[in-house]
Design a protein around this ligand. Sequence first.
Ligand SMILES: [Zn+2]
Length: 106
Amino acid sequence: MDPKVSSGTNEQLMPMRCPECGTKIEVRHVRSSFPCPGCNKKLCVAAGYLIRLRLLTAILAFVAAYLIGLRGMPLVLVGALGSLVFATIATPIGLVVLPPMIERYF
Ligand SMILES: [Zn+2]
């Protein structure tokens, strides 16, 4: 790993870095929207990332509910509730395992 960060010409967005000043964003800073610890600009996690994470956790929850033998209405209820619980657990893990892109928050 090259510790030097090229400035200006690097077109590729770095995960978990401020798009404005390049400050590294720690997982503990990340909320649905949050100020950059470096330049104080309002930032957020790329929307596509959160949608994919939510979708993945919802699928996992429904598959888990199906596998424990639930069908019909209980499957829908437990699946919906489970996807909320899974998303709460998976979001901080996901931020570490698959660092998201950070975007300006408008
Ligand atoms: Zn910044």
